[in-house]
Design a protein around this ligand. Structure first.
Ligand code: HEM
Length: 419
């Protein structure tokens, strides 16, 4: 493949709204290049994909994040003032708080809480004619992550909290009333979590010191003072929201197990193959389409000029399907990960580079743990699939099987629901 495109592409905003995952990839194919110039929301934008592009994008001397994220994303998915929009030492100081929560013991504890909640829920699922897995997972994940994070979840408020957390990732990318619903949910989640931060500071709540709620209540701002309660709430939401959003990936685990039963059987029996199966789901299936930054210092790459302030997009979905990096990129082949997941810029569904010092997602080990646990639980669950449309809807953000993955679970003993 050639490495540059001299072609400029017309404004892609509408095309991206209707096909957020594959549109940019098509432009790369048409141009025969992995760096192209286009316009997004009337702004000149460079779009990049592939391993070397990821190295450029995650070089913080070249690309900054401050002010890069569009307002509709900040007002829904991310919240205002969170780690995603910080650069340099301010970013690293916040990031250390996230990373300190990710010890193997704590991740395993979250996995245990998730399994316990799944087993309880599986008893109820068996009493229903059918369930939609995507919908059924969100209460399970909310209960598990709230316990893990030291966030009290009043049973009377649970349904409301689940629907608000879901709206942050499920409705943010929609237009019209659903997008407004996501904005409303953001205000409610921030207010709820700010009251918890204030409760901890005032001594009314006392979560364990190794929880996210404790960590964010006592985290400091640049000036050494405690973070504003609203900012601490946004960071605490940065733990709860994406953990509940792992429901998307768990649906894709179920989808892949259905589509590839032989690989699923191998994965159930062997830890190395289970990890490889899950990594291949993260590579192949669509979730987070792209990340966005701005040029900090001018540079030239692939014969394109990157002037200061230029908007730059790294196509995550396209990079995970880049034929220059992956053999048969559209095939489901877990074997490609049997010897590990490679370097920090190859498999990048949750960003690339170093999670401690750069913007790569700090939650990858949570996601892998929950997906692996779900694979085991699904393998042990007695269910069958009614007739339904399992095709992935790529126009949706996040993409999902059209049916949400409907299942008819059979009556089980309380211990069942995964062995
Ligand atoms: C559900 C699956 C998940 C996906 C697809 C995902 C994806 C991503 C992506 C693409 C980024 C942006 C990377 C960048 O800006 O370069 C990111 C950042 C982030 N993720 Fe995740 N993530 C997931 C789960 C989690 C979990 C479980 C946590 C919980 C701790 C988490 C917390 C964060 C935070 C705090 C950031 C901002 C990091 C920074 O700006 O330094 N994510 N994630």
């Amino acid at each position: 493949m050639a490495h540059r495109s001299t072609q400029r592409h017309a404004d892609q905003t509408f095309a991206l709204l209707t096909d957020p995952y594959r549109r940019i990839s098509r432009l790369f194919e048409q141009a025969g290049a992995d760096a192209i110039e286009t316009r997004l929301a009337l702004k000149e934008t460079a779009c990049l994909r592939g391993r070397e592009a990821a190295q450029v994008f995650y070089d913080e001397t070249r690309i900054s994040r401050a002010g890069a994220m569009p307002a509709p994303v900040r007002r829904t998915l991310l919240g205002e003032g969170g780690v995603q929009g910080l650069d340099g030492e301010a970013h690293r100081a916040r990031k250390r708080v996230f990373m300190a929560l990710m010890s193997p013991e704590r991740i395993a504890r979250l996995g245990d809480l998730f399994e316990a909640e799944w087993r309880r829920a599986a008893v109820e699922w068996a009493g229903q004619e059918e369930i939609v897995l995507y919908d059924a997972l969100q209460p399970v994940l909310t209960r598990a992550v709230c316990r893990w994070a030291g966030v009290p979840l009043n049973p009377d408020d649970e349904a409301k909290r689940v629907s608000h957390l879901r709206a942050l990732f499920d409705a943010a990318g929609s237009r019209g009333p659903r997008h407004l619903w996501s904005r409303y949910a953001r205000r409610r989640v921030d207010a709820w979590l700010a009251s918890i931060i204030e409760g901890i500071r005032a001594g009314r709540l006392a979560p364990d010191p190794d929880t996210a709620a404790y960590a964010w209540a006592w985290a400091s701002a640049d000036d050494g003072e405690p973070l504003a309660a609203r900012t601490a709430a946004v960071e605490l939401a940065n733990v709860l929201r994406p953990t509940v959003a792992t429901s998307v990936y768990i649906v894709f685990v179920a989808h892949a197990m259905q589509a590839h039963p032989a690989a699923a059987r191998l994965a159930t029996a062997d830890a190395g193959r289970r990890r490889a199966f899950v990594q291949e789901v993260r590579r192949l299936y669509p979730f987070f389409p792209a990340v966005i930054g701005r040029v900090r210092a001018p540079f030239r790459w692939r014969n394109l000029d990157f002037p200061v302030g230029r908007q730059v997009i790294l196509d995550l979905y396209g990079s995970n399907h880049d034929p220059a990096v992956w053999t048969d990129p559209d095939e489901f082949r877990p074997e490609r990960f049997i010897d590990g997941s490679g370097d920090a810029f190859g498999l990048i569904p949750q960003g690339g580079g170093n999670a401690l010092t750069g913007h790569r997602c700090p939650g990858e080990s949570i996601v892998v743990e929950l997906m692996e646990r779900a694979l085991g639980l699904l393998a042990g669950l007695n269910y069958r699939l009614p007739a339904q449309d399992l095709e992935i809807d790529f126009r949706r953000l996040p993409a999902l099987p059209r049916s949400g993955f409907r299942m008819m679970t059979r009556r089980t003993s309380p211990r069942e629901g995964g062995a």
